[in-house]
Design a protein around this ligand. Structure first.
Ligand code: OOG
Ligand code: MG
Length: 266
């Protein structure tokens, strides 16, 4: 067998896409045995796009975009230092108050977020203010991440190719877009506080996360349509997800909750 270092970039992307897809379908993490093909960041975004396009070919629809590593807490927890972006699909969406089954997930974690709603199609190449202009509402949210790599152990290209660990998300009630900086954030499991922070942790102001989506998204071919959402990135470190009621509370915006069960969602 040829060493993966010897194959061309397109083949490396194909290997990465296939292995990530298998890991996700079998709910078994990828163990680093030294054969993982190295991708640069541009190639990693191409792998992510192919992975999500394959989901769309199977009937899913893009429901939005997500930002990652927009807070120091997340960067420090995962040992990375750059903002990344991923794609959300309707199959990842859990209704507020809905049930999420742990079956099919590898080692999920949950994190508190806020979410923006996009009122109309926006061309990310039009720049940061065009993205802001297209957003009309904000809501409390939670994201379930589930790295397809063993132990959540990755570098930036690996986590980007893995669609930024995206697995599931839930969004609470929408409020008209207003000030989103300086809001207290609290995440509870069965009534016990498991993470606490502030929306200032998201780049000083979550609107700046939204602004950052323009350049990043335009460079890597992301599209954003009216009715879709943008997760701004976690305000705190992520917490291992276990059965129970997870509730995220964001000052002035309200709450969002899901019931996590051991088996498949009913
Ligand atoms: C990558 C996803 C990061 C966030 O909100 O910062 C992310 C990971 O931590 O596995 O979603
Ligand atoms: Mg997140």
């Amino acid at each position: 067998m040829r060493a993966t270092g010897m194959i061309g970039p397109d083949e490396r992307i194909a290997v990465v896409v296939r292995r990530l897809r298998e890991a996700s379908e079998r709910a078994r993490p990828i163990v680093d045995d030294g054969t993982w093909p190295a991708l640069d960041l541009d190639a990693a975004y191409r792998a992510q796009a192919e992975l999500v396009e394959a989901r769309i070919a199977r009937g899913e629809q893009q429901s939005g975009l997500k930002l990652g590593f927009t807070s120091l807490a997340k960067m420090e927890q995962m040992g990375v230092s750059e903002i990344i972006a991923g794609r959300l699909t309707d199959a990842m969406a859990v209704a507020d108050g809905g049930i999420l089954g742990l079956a099919g997930l590898i080692h999920p974690r949950v994190e508190p977020e806020i979410c923006f709603r996009v009122a109309r199609d926006v061309d990310l190449a039009d720049g940061p203010e065009a993205v802001l202009d297209a957003v009309d509402a904000v809501a409390p949210a939670l994201e379930v991440i589930d790295s397809r790599y063993d132990g959540f152990s990755f570098d930036l290209p690996r986590v980007v190719a893995d669609n930024t660990s995206a697995a599931a998300y839930a969004v609470g009630s929408w409020s008209p877009l207003g000030t989103v900086a300086g809001l207290a954030v609290r995440m509870h499991v069965d009534g016990v506080v498991v993470a606490e922070g502030d929306t200032d942790a998201i780049l000083g102001d979550p609107l700046d996360a939204l602004r950052r989506l323009a350049g990043l998204g335009a460079r890597h071919g992301f599209v954003l349509h009216g009715g879709q959402v943008v997760l701004a990135g976690a305000a705190t470190a992520a917490v291992a997800l276990r059965p129970g009621r997870v509730r995220v509370e964001v000052e002035t915006l309200g709450t969002v909750a899901i019931d996590v069960v051991a088996g498949p969602a009913s």
